[in-house]
Design a protein around this ligand. Structure first.
Ligand code: NAD
Length: 497
């Protein structure tokens, strides 16, 4: 056993296994629920070597704003497997979200959250619900690339890459194949974001063709989420970009009956992290009342990932039997099903006592999910023929009563002869030419210049354009070069297309 110098002894039987894992007890209820889970893993015969690291509050208190230090990273690199209890993220003060840091630093591109209702074991509005959300975990608006550009306008960059889409979509189909699932649904908003979400949808359609035995469909995220909430049985596996996945996976977990029962896994090529869906619940810390089931579900997913599906199944059956026999923590207690209300550690003992037993009621579908899924890399892409055909210049300009025609005249006069002002938009709405007086405008103007005769621009043209506009007294805050790729425009053409 390798163990960092912490004050909690680990269960001995976990010390002699074969798969090294890194464990963090976290904050709030973290230590209590982790103790409970390690006890169950130990008694169930999980073949694990545990290394413990410290993350979260104690590190934040020492001024380590990332909440994790180099010795912890060393352990994670060594084991490649992380069972993590929730941590408390301090508000403000420049602290970083450890979850976001870990996902990015360890390349955990897939966030997988099985959302199954456990009715009749736990009450649910949607008995029979059995949906797996596969969320892209590294891209989208979560890059944290944000800028204030003018007095009135801030922006956040949404970055979607073809390799990122390929990896997550292929993972979703491989997950479906490995688990005998019938359908993969893709949720995007590509009716509005035609390039970013459009790429995700296009890659989904391409990859779906390689899995003819699995049904595939695309839904716009808003109606898709509404249908999920109305009747989750319509769906099986859902794959979606980061932000939508963040929201949809919480909606789905809540629909099962309790967020407190869900575990999730974050999967990368070198590393995988397993955790409960819920947070550190500071209100319950130290009271031996928290439900350890979410973290136990995460541990069950981990066992499946490392090829110990037999142990995972043993624990899942004992856990279901415990719930079936009405041994419940306070959060899921209800008069109809609960016989005994127990604390965190007593619940773990109750699960251990039932190891080797299976519930009398057939377990709900979805508990058969203990299989490792292969991770395929993205194919290298062929470089396209890329031609510069224009420039979008963003200008900070207060109209102060002057009309947009004046701004347009200044822009055109100051631009090099090869560039023609094609349009001006404000928050994406075209205001020149042919704008409407009713359009509300801010101080942030997107001014589109195109090569006057439709030819390729010389590389210094954008710099010359900025120089001209700046000398004319305009405040240019950013530019985007407009390219075609193999003759196809690589830019949106305006609102409502
Ligand atoms: P939370 O999930 O910690 O708590 C929400 C509610 O659910 C509380 O009433 C809590 O008592 C209850 N609850 C949560 N887990 C429970 C359990 N196992 N058993 C019984 N009841 C449970 O969410 P929050 O209050 O918004 O966040 C608290 C802290 O956790 C914050 O600092 C937040 O940043 C952090 N957080 C961490 C993670 C993580 O580490 N993965 C995830 C979410 C939130």
């Amino acid at each position: 056993m390798t163990l960092t110098a912490l004050d909690h002894p680990l269960p001995q039987s976990l010390a002699t296994g074969s798969v090294p894992i890194t464990v963090a007890r976290g904050d709030g209820i973290g230590p209590e629920i982790m103790d409970a889970v390690l006890h169950v893993l130990s008694e169930a015969g999980a073949r694990l070597d545990v290394e413990e690291i410290e993350i979260g509050n104690r590190l934040y208190e020492r001024g380590i704003t990332a909440g994790i230090d180099s010795s912890a990273w060393d352990s994670l690199r060594r084991t490649g497997l992380f069972l993590k209890a929730p941590i408390t993220t301090p508000q403000g003060g420049g602290y970083k979200s450890l979850n976001v840091t870990a996902r990015k630093a360890l390349g955990l591109f897939a966030n997988v959250r099985p959302c199954s209702a456990y009715a009749p074991f736990v009450a649910s509005h949607h008995p029979g619900m059995d949906v797996v959300i596969v969320r892209e975990n590294e891209e989208d608006t979560y890059g944290g690339i944000e800028h204030q550009q003018t007095d009135e306008v801030v922006q956040c960059l949404k970055l979607i890459s073809r390799p990122g889409c390929e990896r997550i979509v292929r993972y979703a189909f491989d997950y479906a194949r490995a688990h005998g699932r019938r359908k993969v649904s893709c949720f995007t908003k590509d009716n509005i974001m035609k390039l970013t979400d459009g790429l995700f949808h296009r890659v989904f359609d391409e990859i779906a063709e390689e899995y003819p035995e699995i049904e595939s469909e695309h839904r716009i995220i808003d109606i898709g989420t509404a249908l999920l909430a109305d009747d989750p049985r319509r769906f099986d596996v859902i794959v979606t970009p980061n932000l939508y996945g963040d929201i949809v996976s919480d909606v789905a977990a809540q629909l099962t009956g309790s967020v407190g029962l869900a575990g999730s896994m974050n999967i990368g090529e070198q590393c995988a992290m397993f955790e409960a869906v819920h947070g550190s619940a500071p209100d319950l810390a130290g009271r031996n009342e928290a439900n350890p089931s979410g973290l136990l579900q995460a541990a069950i997913l981990m066992l499946g990932h490392v090829g110990q599906g037999d142990v995972a199944q043993r624990i899942e059956n004992a856990w279901l039997t415990t719930l079936e026999e009405g041994v419940h923590t306070p959060d899921i207690a209800d008069p109809a099903h609960t016989r005994t209300i127990v604390g965190t550690s007593e619940f773990a003992h109750a699960v251990v006592e039932r190891l080797g037993r299976s519930p009398a009621t057939p377990p709900p579908a979805g508990v058969e999910r203990h299989r490792a899924v292969p991770i395929a890399g993205a194919k290298p892409s062929e470089p396209a023929v890329k031609e510069l055909v224009g420039v979008d210049v963003f200008v900070h300009w207060r109209s102060n009563g002057s009309d947009i025609e004046q701004l347009a005249a200044t822009l055109q006069k100051a631009a090099p002869a090869s560039l023609e002002l094609a349009m001006i938009t404000n928050r994406g709405v075209k205001v020149y030419p042919d704008g409407l007086p009713e359009t509300f405008c801010t101080d942030h103007w997107r001014c589109r210049f195109l090569e006057s005769e439709g030819r390729q621009l010389y590389r210094l043209a954008p710099a010359r354009l900025i120089e001209g506009l700046t000398l004319a007294g305009l405040d240019c805050i950013k530019t985007e070069n407009l390219y075609t790729f193999d003759g196809q425009p690589g830019f949106s053409r305006g609102q409502g297309e």
